[in-house]
Design a protein around this ligand. Structure first.
Ligand code: NIG
Ligand code: FE
Length: 455
């Protein structure tokens, strides 16, 4: 087995402008927009077996041109229509999927990629019965990562970011949301967002930066009686204006949870962020019903994340929002519930039945979910949330793209979308979650260029 990671995959002039992917058993397009209700289970797939096999004239292909998808469907028809548009077959490099499955590149819409240090000791504490919030209250958890991250240099954070983005890429991710939140002071929060920006510029993956100053109350505020309120004021006056002025965050997130930040504090931060042009998303109802889902709906947040313990009212609020043209995506993080050894998984089936679009993410972070593997998250979602494999794939492609406000750009294979895709070494997408923890990725293509190949 050889693994080749080809960096700097931004497209270079001496390469062919076109790429034609043939030989796929399945091309899963996820075309047709955000998935909700019964549609979440519809992957919009072309199957070679239905048209005479992978060599048949109608066998499904994907054509990319200068970084974008220009054709998906039966081979001869796609090739003829491209030629008619002035894109002759001779200008397309061929890539044989060898009977594999082609899907959109995976989108990981919730990670805490950037931190220093590790927290493997907390696993032992949890095995002995300690709760996540107990460990945090005792100065461990997020706060121990904050201490290590404040002490890390920009170069150290960059090296760490590159290493784990490579792991995410190796498991099929082509776009990754990255939060700050382990600085909790202006200098470190800015450093983290700068590192996220540098990683995105370096490529080949796209990084979507989120400012999470409201991840926890930092130690220097904790001795005050109104510590959380004082820190919220400092976020709004000392951090947000700098983040906004530098244009380095697309979203603002808050850990809205009993014992962390209240709904009122979360609303204050997210409204102040929106006032300076940074859109809200939030950690909502991870551990207990805390009004997070309701707040996400009230603010029209692009996504409400975790939702392992939403109230009935919170689910009602998301269901109401789902009926509008700006639904709040429920981004579920089942690997976190699993790794925390908690037993209340998010009510995914109820959310889907109520028409709420469901996405999945790794939540990659050193405390609650140190996995970079979105395919493994799909497996956990099938086993513990009751998602079908097709629903889980929609959740890490088209719906994950919508959870980042990028649904018109990535997450599906249809004309004009960015040509981000994965060829898997299995004949159907139903097998992606079927082999837990296996790496089934054969080739990753970003902006029409192969950036990873496994021989
Ligand atoms: O999404 N819950 C808050 N934040 C992260 C965990 C962060 C940590 O424990 O370091 C999460 O699970
Ligand atoms: Fe998180």
């Amino acid at each position: 087995m050889t693994l080749r990671v080809i960096h700097g995959g931004r497209g270079s002039a001496d390469l062919m402008p076109g790429l034609l992917i043939t030989g796929a058993s399945e091309v899963v397009t996820m075309a047709g927009g955000i998935r909700r209700g019964d549609d979440q289970d519809d992957p919009a797939v072309f199957r070679a077996a239905d048209v005479g096999g992978t060599d048949a004239p109608d066998a499904p292909v994907v054509a990319c041109w200068e970084g974008r998808v220009v054709g998906v469907g039966p081979r001869d028809a796609v090739v003829a229509s491209l030629a008619a548009e002035g894109l002759p077959a001779s200008r397309f490099a061929r890539l044989d999927a060898d009977g594999g499955t082609v899907t959109p590149g995976l989108v990981d819409p919730h990670t805490h990629l950037l931190f220093a240090g590790t927290r493997e000791g907390e696993l032992r504490l949890r095995q002995r019965g300690a709760g996540y919030l107990d460990i945090l209250a005792a100065g461990g958890g997020i706060l121990s990562t904050v201490a290590a991250t404040r002490a890390a240099t920009e170069d150290e954070l960059l090296a760490h970011g590159r290493r784990w983005l490579d792991e995410m890429l190796a498991h099929g991710a082509t776009t990754v949301e990255v939060k700050s939140g382990y600085g909790l002071d202006p200098a470190t929060e800015l450093r983290l967002l700068h590192v996220a920006g540098t990683l995105s510029e370096e490529g080949p993956l796209d990084v979507v930066p989120t400012y999470l100053g409201a991840h926890a109350v930092p130690p220097e505020f904790r001795s005050q009686p109104d510590a959380a309120d004082a820190y919220v004021r400092s976020i709004i006056h000392d951090q947000l204006p700098l983040v906004a002025a530098q244009g380095i965050a697309r979203f603002c997130d808050v850990f809205c949870e009993e014992g962390i930040f209240t709904v009122a504090q979360s609303r204050a931060v997210l409204e102040a962020a929106r006032d300076v042009g940074i859109e809200p998303r939030l950690h909502a109802d991870e551990i207990a019903p805390s009004g997070g889902a309701e707040l996400a709906a009230e603010l029209g947040a692009v996504s409400a994340d975790h939702l392992a313990a939403p109230s009935d009212e919170g689910i009602d609020a998301l269901a109401l929002a789902a009926d509008t043209d700006r639904p709040v995506v429920a981004t579920l993080l089942p690997a976190t519930t699993w790794f925390l050894m908690a037993h209340h998984y998010a009510p995914a089936r109820r959310l889907i039945e109520r028409g709420v679009p469901v996405a999945l993410a790794t939540d990659f972070n050193p405390g609650t979910s140190p996995t970079p593997n979105l395919a493994l998250v799909m497996t956990v979602a099938c086993l513990e949330l009751g998602l079908t494999p097709s629903e889980a794939l929609a959740a890490v492609t088209v719906n994950a793209a919508h959870a980042l406000g990028l649904g018109e750009e990535i997450g599906s294979l249809e004309p004009d979308r960015q040509a981000d895709l994965v060829i898997w070494r299995v004949p159907t997408h139903l097998q992606i979650p079927y082999y837990p923890g296996a790496n089934l990725v054969r080739t990753v293509i970003k902006r029409g260029q192969p950036i990873l190949e496994r021989g």
